[in-house]
Structures are given as C-alpha cells and as structure tokens.
Design a binder for this molecule. Structure first.
Ligand code: SF4
Ligand code: SF4
Length: 237
C-alpha cells in the first residue's frame, strides 16, 4: 500500500472513531426552557415523592391534584394530574375552565400542561418539591438500559455535564425505576383492600340507618319497595 493510501486509511479510521464516540456520548444540561412542563401529561408519583412532601409538610397541598390512572400493562399509577385541556367546539365557557377535579378520559390528558406550572411567571411552583420523575427527565431506566424519552428536549447535547453529573442523573433514573416498580406492586393491593373496607363501611352505615328507623318509617319504606317491585314485574310482562 502506498504511503498516501496508508495516511488516508488512518485518517478515515480516526474520523470513524470520532463519530462513534460522539454518537454514544450523552451530554445534557437543562436549559430551563420549561417545554416539558407545558406538555408532560400525567406525572407518576412514587413513595419517594410522598416521603419528601411529608417531610416538608406539604402533602395536603397536593391531594386535590392526585389521581389514579390505569396503565397499558394493566396496573395503576398514582399521578399528578395535569390541567385539563380546554375542549374545542360548542362547549360553553364554564366547561372550558381548566379544573383538576373534572373527570376526563386519560387520553385527553396526555401531553397536557402540568398543573404545577405557572405560565405567567414561567416557573414550576413546587420546584423544591418536584417529583422524582421531573428530576430524571428526559432520562429513563428500564431495568436494563437508559433511554431518552424526549429527543426534542433542548437540554440534550448541551455541553457542561461532568462525569459526576451523569452518574447522579443515572442514579436518579435508577431510583425512579425501582420506586415506580414498588408503587406498581403495592398500589393495586392497597386499592383492593381500601375499596373492600369502604364498601363494608357503607353497608354498615346503611344497616345502622335501617335499625334506627321508626316502625312507621319502616312500613313506608316497605310500601315504596313493594311498589317498585310491582312496577318492575309489570314492565317484564
Ligand atoms: S428537561 Fe429539557 S425540555 Fe425540560 S426544561 Fe429542561 S431542557 Fe427544557
Ligand atoms: S412538577 Fe414542576 S418541574 Fe415537574 S413538570 Fe410540573 S412544573 Fe415542570
């Protein structure tokens, strides 16, 4: 091989190595553009978050914004509910008012603005108490590898990330994975037990009301029940 060809090959190999290393090198620095806060949708909440909020005595402040969401794998997540997006079409103004209490299909909440983000002030209102999920965004760990969940995040590729920063971000992503797994195991169990207890309490309350009724009221109730049954039978025939 001629000297010129050798030099060319060495140069090509160097370029290849350079491009491979730049492809695998993950650098990130949040630019605080808040793009993610405007479109995060439901944010999964873990015991880590509840513990932090309890420590800072702010759990009660979050209660109106917490909800349960079914996940595709069949389980449930505790979520920080986003602001309900305004409905387009013929809806009146009142129903367009964003409210964390309105029941909406979860699909409508995907990509919706976080309820903790203030657009006028352009800031997260709970930054010190922000969930673990926000601390690891846009990096996620699935038990085997790390993935970027938002390729459009402007922080990706930003210089200035030290080895320690990267390790910290990866550790937070791993913690999120474990905490979420724990939550997804315990939530359905708690949910079942609590629903059962709640139903039993309701039945007890009903029985108590019945036993405290006067003879006269009980006779009236029997009469109403009998009428209803007769009506049902008439409709059947
Ligand atoms: S994580 Fe990304 S999208 Fe979110 S504020 Fe930081 S740079 Fe912007
Ligand atoms: S909790 Fe704060 S950081 Fe997290 S998405 Fe909402 S506004 Fe953004």
């Amino acid at each position: 091989m001629s000297e010129t060809k050798k030099d060319e090959q060495i140069e090509n190999n160097e370029k290849k190595k350079e491009s491979e290393s730049s492809k695998t090198k993950f650098t990130f620095k949040c630019t605080r553009c808040d793009k993610c806060c405007l479109s995060r949708g439901p944010i999964p909440i873990t015991a880590w978050d509840l513990q932090l909020w309890a420590h800072n005595k702010v759990v009660a402040n979050f209660l109106p914004y917490l909800d349960i969401q079914e996940i595709p794998s069949g389980g449930i997540d505790l979520i920080l509910k986003p602001i309900v997006p305004p409905k387009s079409g013929n809806d009146d103004e009142a129903s367009n008012t964003p409210s964390p209490f309105r029941q909406v299909p979860i699909e409508d909440l995907l990509g919706a603005k976080c309820s903790m983000y203030n657009e006028e002030q352009k800031k997260c209102l709970i930054y010190e108490n922000r969930p673990l999920s926000c601390r690891t965004y846009p990096l996620e760990f699935d038990g085997n590898s790390f993935t970027i969940v938002d390729e459009e995040c402007p922080g990706i590729g930003e210089e200035g990330m030290t080895k320690e920063d990267l390790k910290e971000m990866r550790d937070i992503a791993k913690t999120m994975f474990l905490e979420l797994a724990r939550m997804r195991i315990s939530l359905p169990v708690l949910y079942q037990v609590l629903s059962k207890t709640f139903m039993m309490d309701l039945m007890k309350q009903q029985m108590e009301v019945m036993s405290n009724m006067s003879e006269e009221d009980r006779a009236k109730l029997d009469e109403i029940m009998k009428k209803n049954q007769d009506n049902e039978h008439e409709h059947e025939h």
